[in-house]
Design a protein around this ligand. Structure first.
Ligand SMILES: CCCCCCCCCCCCCCCC(=O)SCCNC(=O)CCNC(=O)[C@H](O)C(C)(C)COP(=O)(O)OP(=O)(O)OC[C@H]1O[C@@H](n2cnc3c(N)ncnc32)[C@H](O)[C@@H]1OP(=O)(O)O
Length: 127
């Protein structure tokens, strides 16, 4: 799995228990998955269609650095299915795993549109 992004847990990211608020982490992950999909499919009109079971395995505290990793599971016709993990960058302890997230490529009317992609591409190879 390639770990793309680092996030720093700040006071405003905490729940009343003093640990990382789960909704904040999910928002970070959803944004990462969306950006990854936009870059792969070369279309800014994409949405999150489905997320599988979300497993919070451990927590994080203020000052921790979180990294978010993404793997492609499947290029569909209009969709891209991704696997995701967030972990503590220093300890490598897994915080959350999401086995399947399906993102859908849309046209200007918001309808699913074939993206024509079949494999991961690297931006440097497109330039
Ligand atoms: C110019 C500057 C711009 C800058 C730009 C920067 C942006 C930088 C920030 C990014 C930000 C983005 C933000 C995104 C993250 C949200 O927040 S998206 C918001 C939340 N999601 C939504 O609102 C989606 C609401 N749902 C829908 O609109 C409709 O369900 C959809 C997505 C159009 C799909 O409609 P549908 O009738 O289900 O379509 P259908 O053809 O049956 O299925 C489409 C695909 O989904 C798959 N699918 C359907 N149901 C399921 C299911 N339950 N499970 C798995 N797969 C499924 C199908 O298999 C199909 O895949 P393919 O076989 O074609 O590959």
């Amino acid at each position: 799995m390639r770990f793309h992004t680092r996030k720093w847990v700040k006071p405003e990211d905490l729940n009343p228990n003093g640990t990382l608020f789960g909704g904040k982490l999910l928002a970070w992950i959803d944004e990462e998955l969306a950006l990854y999909t936009i870059i792969q499919l070369e279309n800014t009109r994409i949405v999150t269609k489905h997320m599988s079971e979300i497993n919070f395995r451990s927590s994080a505290k203020q000052g921790d650095i979180i990294e978010i990793g993404i793997d492609v599971l499947k290029f569909g016709n209009t969709s891209l299915t991704l696997k995701c993990e967030a972990r503590n960058m220093m300890t490598r302890e897994t915080i959350i795993t999401i086995d399947h997230t399906t993102m859908v490529n849309l046209d200007a009317e918001g309808k699913p549109k074939a993206h024509g992609k079949t494999a991961i591409e690297f931006v440097k190879d497109r330039l």
